[in-house]
Ligand binder design. Sequence first.
Ligand code: NAD
Ligand code: ZN
Length: 394
Amino acid sequence: MANTQGKIITCKAAVAWGPKEPLVIQDICVDPPQKMEVRVKILYSSICHTDLGAWNGVNEAERAFPRILGHEAVGMVESVGEGVKDVKEGDYVIPIFNGECCECRVCKKEESNLCERYHVDPMKRVMVSDGGTRFSTTTTKEGGLSKSQPIYHFLNTSTFTEYTVLDSACVVKIDPNAPLKHMSLLSCGVSTGVGAVWNIAKVKEGTTTAVFGLGSVGLAVAEGARARGASRIIGVDANPSKFETGKLMGVTDFINPKDLTKSTHKIIQDITRGGVDYSFECTGNVDVLREAFLSTHTGWGSTVLVGIYPTPRTLPLHPMEFFDGRTITGSVFGGFKPKSQLPNFVQQCMKGVVKLEPFITNELPFEKINDAFQLLRDGKSLRCLLQISKFLKK
Ligand code: NAD
Ligand code: ZN
């Protein structure tokens, strides 16, 4: 049994103190897990564009500081709170921003992965059970450390810290033989992209696909479509350097909208005899969403929206455009029900159905987290993996 069980742990975390302010690596206090909660030692965390969005703080309503960001990671259970049965100390786990309680009306239905209690909520900043935080700043007093200011949680997870506390619904146990560094990718980006193809669009062999935005999420869409036998995968990105990696994930054609004299959807319609079967929007830009929608074929074209849109602007589509028979749908975490379906996805990745190596383009120590943010902002990384804690594999 961990000798930290039931005790407050003091550890390092990267704390966001305000929008666009460099994260501060500092000591924090992490409370023990309460009923149906799990305390996890984070081993590796990668950075997703959604972390960047929260750090930028464009959507004022979602701002909450001080806060520990991060939602894509892999770790090991340090201790569990009362009532937790499916994980125990020492298990390898991945935190999930869109949880599954396995008991509510939605969890019992096949159609949705938006659990009534633990679905993703960008406004949420405290734990469900008591409305409190499990993180706080430390202050040195005579006789030792004592708690002071609360630090907010983020996306049910908060992984830029050596220890975090999660609702057990947001923790998925993984095969201990799985390659740990790669498992961080399944915590968000790769599952989101591959799942959008497999679970939402249900892409069929021999079909055509266009992917808008070739970051990790968009390239995971491409990799998912490649694995399903799509015959043509058109990648669209304003950063031409993304095409080289894209080829590894099955991208067959590349379009840079900056090079065009007519709209992207017109080009796609021209080269595919009327449009692709499926398109995926992975930039988080509403104008790009319109292009993605119109780049599909009339009659059966299907668009899946994956990007996150911090702007208050609404969809730039006229209702009559839906009479052309195209459809559009959104997806969270690629439609995966994390506890029920992710362990099987882990096995498929271990068999090589989906390649994970090319997604990790950089690795840095935890202290360099601000450099890792900069790499993503500059479009120079897909996923930068941070080693959060030192550990020994069993
Ligand atoms: P990223 O920053 O790595 O990639 C975004 C890509 O889009 C970049 O390559 C960039 O060059 C390109 N791009 C941006 N604007 C463009 C434009 N106007 N035209 C063409 N290309 C453009 O981001 P990521 O981590 O891959 O995440 C992608 C999106 O998915 C983000 O909006 C993120 O918040 C969202 N996301 C959604 C979910 C979900 O469950 N729905 C989960 C994870 C991430
Ligand atoms: Zn993410």
